[in-house]
Design a protein around this ligand. Sequence first.
Ligand code: ADP
Length: 637
Amino acid sequence: MKRHILKNPFFIALLLMLTLSVSWLGYSFAIRYFINKTAIQGQSTLRLATAGLRGELSRYEPLPELIADNKDIRNLLADPTDRYQVDMVNQQLKQITKNVAASVIYLIDKQGLTIASSNFDTPISFVNRNFDYRPYFQTAIKGGEGRYFALGSTSLKRGYYFAAPVHIRGEIVGVTVVKINVDGFETAWRGNENEIIVTDEYGIIFMSSREEWLFRSIKPVSSDLLFKFKSTRQYPVDRISELPITNLSQNNSQNDLLTNKDKGELISLPFAGDNKEFIFKHMEMKDAGWTVHILSPTSGARAQAYAVLLSIILSTLLAILLLAFLSQRRARIEEIMQTQKEAHEQLEKRVANRTKDLNEVNAKLLEEVEERVAAERRLRKTQEDLIQAGKLAALGQMSAALSHELNQPLAAVKSYADNAEAYLERERPEEAKENIKRISELTDRMAAISKHLRNFARKPKEQLGPIPLATVVNDAIEIMSGKLRSRSASISVDVPGNEIWVHGGQVRLQQVLVNLISNALDVEIKSVNTTEASTPEVNTPKVNTPKIEIRAGVNDGRVKIEVRDNGKGLEEDIINQIFDPFFTTKGINKGLGLGLSISYNIIRDFGGTLSARNHPDGGAIFTIELNEAERVVGAAE
Ligand code: ADP
């Protein structure tokens, strides 16, 4: 039997290795694909966020300068004590702030003191507050454009400060400042799955989609820097600490995931109590000195890659299962075919053996048949020889009886001849004639004996073969017609015309029938008990006239011919002798006692039997049984 392929450990190992390699390859491809896809998406989000931020900043950029050009502002700086002017500028600044959706707009004098502010009427009013420590003031008062991000020292709110100098007759007399809120951006970013942070040139995160990352840094922070922040009050120093970012791109197994380093780098970061992996990508905003970063989580990409891996594993397993199933089925079919082949071969072997046996038996049978045929031939020959020998022996035995049979008529012939001579001498021709007639009769009888004996002793020359029974019966009746007529006998024949054919010799069967009819005519009539005879002769009822019935029938290949008479029947004590040669009850000169004996031998020569019995209603029945023969087609009816 063929071993199942999945039972082969080598094959299993091979399949396993194949599955692993395919899965690994598929997974590597998928993770790279999805990570890169995430990176590309992150990149475009980053671009959008940066563009939004840049757009927003550029909207506010010219504002401080525009405000600085305002006549009222300049007037106020010319006379900061003018209460009316202060009120008016305050109101104006408040109105502009509202119009441009800024956080605060305020005016600072040369010393850094705020003289008017849009939030003049709020508890956190900047009026009278001194901002000379703020870098944006320090830049603007020197004629530059102050740009600065810081936590509001009063409001404690983060903001971006745009500052511009106010000139009066070429001299810088103060600074206008527009502070904008950055909360709005963050709120917008929060709707995204990516995290967006903005860092300043020191790496401090001052805008972030995640609150907890605010004022942390992405680079190490030196103590000098901390000191600087403290002095400028730019950031709450106690919150500044470096974010524990681990750069995974240095890791060998991960560094080729992002096919292009421009797409960012893989990092991991503690996130919601866990380490989370991100693609970290940056975009600089040179004007502002900022860098916008995007952190795109890779969990989605990894999940998709895992899904691909899972489906590869499942498909491979399914394929293996299918392969197993198919191979098992094939093995099963092969097994069945093998079994069938074996069974077939076995059957053929058995048939061959059987045929050989049969052939041997057949050959033996043929041999036996041949032997039997030869034996039968020998037996027949012996039988024929025996019959012949028996006949000759019987002839020998008969010699005595024969000499008596012949001597007696010879003696009678002698005395009749003497008598005839005497009568002639006495001129009594009538008597002489009578005696000569007797002599003639006696010689006839002797001739008959001699003829019978010749027949008896002679080996039959006649060929045996199929002979039409009805023809033979009719011929026999024809031969006997004279005797039948002289006895006024009636004969009825029930033999179907040309239907029954028997195996024998036509002349000899006819001889037998003649003998039987002759005997039937010779018997002493006892009664008229025979069944209805319908010959015209018996229509005129005659007492003690012989009636003979001949009938024939076929049963199982044997033809039975019965000859029945209405005589006194066979005596019980002689019934066993009637077939013996020279047995006769007909008295001297009447019977030769050879008819039945010869008939018996003839029928036996034909392979049949001749038997005699008495009919219960009287009369003797002689029965000839012969083998039926094939009808000869075209034979004369
Ligand atoms: P044969 O006729 O010369 O006597 P068979 O051999 O023909 O010689 O007959 C022998 C004897 O058998 C007859 O003498 C007779 O006694 C007896 N026999 C033959 N045929 C009949 C018959 N149909 N009825 C009664 N006896 C018969």
